[in-house]
Design a binder for this molecule. Structure first.
Ligand code: 3PG
Ligand code: CO
Length: 555
């Protein structure tokens, strides 16, 4: 039968302290002035690259290597950390929703049956991120869903849009809203009462994560459920255009607005008898709103009204909390993660990041599961992020604090694995502020140095890698790689992730001289890292894990 027991590795010893560093948003790209990692002073990461050729390589972090539908899908933290932790490639939310829509199975499950009950007498509300970024949601999936539900009897539909500008170019939201408006007009022509009811920028309205700032979720609640917002418009295209006229506003941070009728009344508050679907497939930024929509007992902010609704997620967002309890598509079953195996084999684990990435090295790492596997062997430390700021203002973020916590955990010798995420390249890269991103990369590099020094002191081993690209390319390019300009001749700043591979480096005094990267896994990706780390802990990885990246040669 099944056993959690891992086989001892014949060549790798046990008992070495492993420092496992994930640089968020740190890809490898050609050196030019839009490559902030290249521009920044990053002596530590540079030395890993140039120091030992057999101990530095690139791995794939986008597309099919991380379970996304196509090779045009950039990597992201959810799928990246899932792959790093699970050691296998699972078809991810984006892909599972595509399949369920294509086969029609999405309309045959329990989740759809549940919300369908409201179609006759109530309104169906769809809440989610409106873009084709493919990280949290996809416009074409929303379009198919709108078509599908209206063909299956939804008579009154309200869409609550969250504008993006983070997984796609800033300024692209107007176009997405126009496309949606056009679709809704077509539905109205067919007799379905379908409209946009509210909106707001994803970073300011609804899509907070890891409980960094509940005010974000509350602003969304007020607009979506209560129909209250500081801005009221008759239509959403006008709303986005008008709100963007203020130079302080961009797509990510658009203030909340509601759409009102000629009498000034909100067209789509959520009321008793309605159904709600949150149409994002990705979990982290949906967990908080899911709690507000689903939990009877909830005292985090005053909901004012808690309507009796039927709520379903596009996916179930948290497998441990079973949240939400109803969903349209089953999430990937990410089981038997490396974290769970290692804990069963006595590996004492410490994980740390600051709030905005804390769940990445815990929840995503552990296959979208919150909490410990075994609290007597694990310690997860969250360093509070600054909230209410965009991180170009504080590009060093909490990198130093994270590194110091990791250093202390390493030096305490109480842990076998010390795992961190350093957010800077990603969080600052997403702001599109190139100068700040350079500062961010330098700060992340300094943090890596602190951790490597601690590993040096205890005779341990380090593994330094990243989850996907971001800071290494800050400009949108044409097919031949030339920067693209906007109408005013300025470069089009790339706030999103990239398709680039990421580095992985191993080393430290605990690594035997003959250990090096194998040459026969040229297409290795993030999922190959788990078996690699298991080896470094002295174990053979389970046979269905993606191959280890390392071998031992006698020299
Ligand atoms: C976000 O949620 O901030 C972005 O859409 C993706 O960033 P992440 O995948 O690095 O978290
Ligand atoms: Co990111």
């Amino acid at each position: 039968g099944f056993s959690w027991k891992l086989e001892d590795h014949p060549k790798f010893p046990k008992g070495k302290t492993i420092g496992l560093v994930v640089l968020d948003g740190w890809g490898e790209a050609n050196p030019d002035k839009y490559n902030c990692i290249h521009v920044a002073e990053t002596p530590t990461m540079d030395s890993l690259k140039t120091g030992a050729p057999d101990r530095w390589r690139l791995v794939r972090a986008h597309g099919k290597a991380v379970g996304l539908p196509t090779e045009d899908d950039m990597g992201n933290s959810e799928v990246g950390h899932n792959a790093l932790g699970a050691g296998r490639i699972f078809a991810q939310g984006a892909k599972l929703v595509d399949l369920a829509l294509a086969s029609g199975k999405i309309y045959e499950g329990e989740g759809f049956e549940y919300i369908k009950e409201c179609f006759d007498a109530g309104t169906l509300h769809l809440i989610g991120l409106l873009s084709d970024g493919g990280v949290h949601s996809r416009l074409d999936q929303l379009q198919l869903l709108l078509k599908g539900v209206s063909e299956r009897g939804a008579k009154r539909i309200r869409v609550h849009v969250l504008t993006d500008g983070r997984d796609v170019l800033d300024g692209s939201s107007v176009g997405f809203v126009e496309t949606l408006e056009n679709d809704l007009a077509n539905l109205r022509a067919k007799g379905v009462d379908a409209q946009i009811a509210s909106g707001g920028g994803r970073m300011y309205v609804t899509m907070d994560r890891y409980e960094n700032d509940w005010g974000v979720v509350k602003r969304g609640w007020d607009a979506q459920v209560l129909g209250e917002a500081p801005y009221k418009f008759r239509n959403a295209v006008e709303a986005v255009k008008k709100l963007r006229e203020d130079p302080k506003n961009n797509d990510q941070y658009l203030p909340p607005f509601v759409i009102v009728d000629e009498g000034g009344k909100a067209v789509g508050p959520i009321v008793d008898g309605d159904a709600v679907v949150t149409f994002n497939f990705r979990a982290d930024r949906m967990v908080m709103i899911a709690k507000a929509l689903e939990y009877e007992n909830f005292d985090i902010f005053d909901r004012v009204r808690f309507p009796k609704i039927r709520y379903a997620g596009m996916l179930q967002y948290d497998g441990e909390l079973k949240l939400p309890s109803k969903y349209l598509v089953s999430p990937p079953e990410i089981d038997r993660t490396s974290g769970e195996y290692l804990v069963h084999n006595g590996v004492r684990t410490f994980a740390c990041s600051e709030t905005v990435k804390f769940g990445h090295v815990t929840f995503f790492w552990n296959g979208n599961r919150s909490g410990y596997f075994n609290s007597s062997l694990e310690e997860y430390v969250e360093i509070p992020s600054d909230s209410g700021i965009t991180f170009n203002v504080e590009p060093k973020m909490k990198a130093l604090e994270i590194a110091e916590k990791a250093r202390d955990a390493i030096l305490s010798r109480k842990f076998d694995q010390v795992r961190v995420n350093l957010p800077n390249g990603d969080m600052v890269g997403h702001t599109g502020d190139i100068n700040a991103t350079v500062v961010a990369c330098k700060a992340a590099d300094e943090a890596v140095k602190i951790i490597l020094d601690a590993i040096e002191q205890v005779g341990g081993i380090y593994v330094v890698t990243a989850d996907h690209g971001n800071a290494e390319d800050m400009v949108k390019r044409n097919k031949s790689g030339q920067p693209l300009l906007d109408k005013n001749g300025n470069i089009q700043v790339l706030t999103s992730h990239t398709l680039q591979p990421v580095p992985i480096a191993i080393g430290g005094p605990g690594l035997a001289p003959g250990v090096r990267f194998r040459k026969d896994v040229p297409d290795g990706g993030l999922a190959n890292v788990a078996a690699t780390v298991m080896n470094l802990h002295g174990f053979v990885a389970p046979s269905d894990y993606e191959a280890t990246l390392i071998e031992v040669v006698d020299n």
